[in-house]
Design a protein around this ligand. Structure first.
Ligand code: PLP
Length: 428
């Protein structure tokens, strides 16, 4: 860990906590972050030459694993011709066409540079389209770090949210109303009160940034119906869930059609890309066709578009959802006897997302149902796994990601790691 330690000491002097995104700092699991140098398949190598089996996958984009040969070749091909032109390029048309062909909820789309930007822009579009100012979000859903979505909705229904970050003006937070997940009656009541002010209800396709909170089908369908009743657009934030589900998208998993879909992570194949799209009639409101302004110097960047296109082409050509289901069923089967012997820990999986949860008989469906001790238990498990060369996300609230570069042997390493952790009393 010598090089990582040295880099970290240098980093904290020039980068707050040594990082550019808070969770990377290892604050919730203890210890100091590891600096990675190389990725191959499903393995990472750090600057000291240690190898790790990677279940974090750069937080979601790498559904094909690190340095997939076709994605790498696509990136290299573009770079030889230049890497930004500030003009339309064929790569953005190709990726948009692929997404529009495959996603029935998306007639037209626009690319941006991050998931945050995708959600922010989709909400501006919804506001412009409906002529309403307020949005409704759910507790336990993350939509990036845009001001009016960094809002704590409290533990119940909240007509006005309060900022969950310093620097977010109260006036912005008040534009956001909040509701707990999994409570349709409560949502219905709240919307009866304020529905006429709400431009959009935004929900994570499958909430997966605060544990994996898999929702009931009837609930999600009910949310769709309430949006229709009150004239609010339904925005599915699929930045994380998109291309991670057995049915490709979460909106298909729940069999609802959202008005707007936000994409990120997988759609850029590991490059900084976000996107939002939906019905043409709504998308026509974006400038220069319509009056909703949204722009980006590097949006639709050809290198990023080529990486996304190569990733999604391989995704559909090799039926990644089916490949993941085979790996996932294997993991389920191998883990079941391990978790069955534990009183306080269990595991849940949907598509290529999985999550360990603690001290609960059933998988939580709301942020409130996650046990308070989770962070402490997970911190110990994380350290134990890391020492065995297994890289899990450094927070109990984060999910694990499967990718197609994994083999059953790799999954056995995770199972064996958990078994060993149980034997040592780290998990019980
Ligand atoms: C990651 C994520 C975002 C934010 O994307 P960034 O690229 O980090 O800005 C938004 N929504 C969801 C559901 C996410 O998982």
């Amino acid at each position: 860990m010598k090089q990582s330690k040295t880099l970290y000491e240098q980093a904290v002097k020039v980068l707050p906590a040594g990082v550019n995104s808070p969770v990377r700092a290892f604050r919730s699991v203890g210890g100091t972050p590891i600096f990675m140098e190389k990725g191959e398949g499903t393995y990472l190598t750090d600057v000291d030459g240690n190898r790790y089996l990677d279940f974090c996958g750069s937080w979601g984009p790498l559904v094909l694993g690190h340095r997939h040969p076709e994605v790498q070749a696509a990136i290299m091909e573009v770079v030889q011709r230049g890497w930004t032109f500030g003009t339309p390029v064929k790569e953005e048309v190709a990726l948009a066409q692929l997404v529009v062909d495959k996603l029935d909820a998306v007639d037209m789309m626009r690319f941006v540079n991050s998931g945050t930007e995708a959600v922010m822009s989709a909400i501006r579009l919804a506001r412009g389209y409906t002529g309403r100012d307020r949005v409704l979000k759910f507790r336990g859903c993350y939509h990036g770090h845009v001001d009016y979505l960094l809002v704590d909705a409290g533990s119940g229904l909240a007509t006005f949210g309060t900022a969950s970050s310093a620097g977010v003006p109260a006036a912005f937070a008040e534009l956001t109303a909040g509701a707990p997940l999994d409570d349709l009656a409560g949502l219905s009541k709240l919307l009866d009160q304020i529905g006429h002010e709400i431009a959009a209800v935004v929900i994570e396709g499958v909430p997966a940034n605060n544990g994996l909170l898999i929702q009931d089908h009837a609930y999600v369908k009910g949310v769709r119906e309430l949006c229709d009743k009150h004239g609010a657009l339904l925005i599915f934030d699929e930045v994380l869930a998109g291309f991670r589900m057995p049915e490709v998208m979460a909106y298909r998993h729940y069999d609802v059609v959202p008005d707007l879909v936000c994409l990120g992570k997988v759609v850029g194949g590991g490059m900084p890309v976000g996107a939002y799209g939906g019905r043409a009639e709504i998308m026509h409101h974006i400038a220069p066709l319509g009056k909703v302004y949204q722009a980006g110097t590097l949006s639709g960047n050809p290198v990023a578009m080529a990486a996304g296109y190569a990733t999604l082409s391989a995704y559909f050509a090799t039926d990644v959802p089916a490949q993941i289901e085979r790996l996932g069923s294997y993991l389920d089967k191998r883990l079941a006897p391990v978790t069955a012997a534990l009183a306080d820990m269990d595991y849940i999986r949907l598509g290529s997302l999985f999550w360990f949860y603690f001290k609960r008989a059933q998988a939580p469906r709301t942020a409130e149902a996650i046990a308070a001790e989770s962070g402490e238990i997970y911190g110990k498990l994380h350290r134990f796994m890391l020492d065995r060369g297994i890289y899990l996300a450094p927070s109990s609230y984060e999910v694990g990601f499967l990718n197609t570069a994994m083999t059953e042997t790799d999954l056995d390493l995770l199972v064996d790691g958990l078994k060993a952790a149980a034997e040592e009393g780290i998990v019980q």
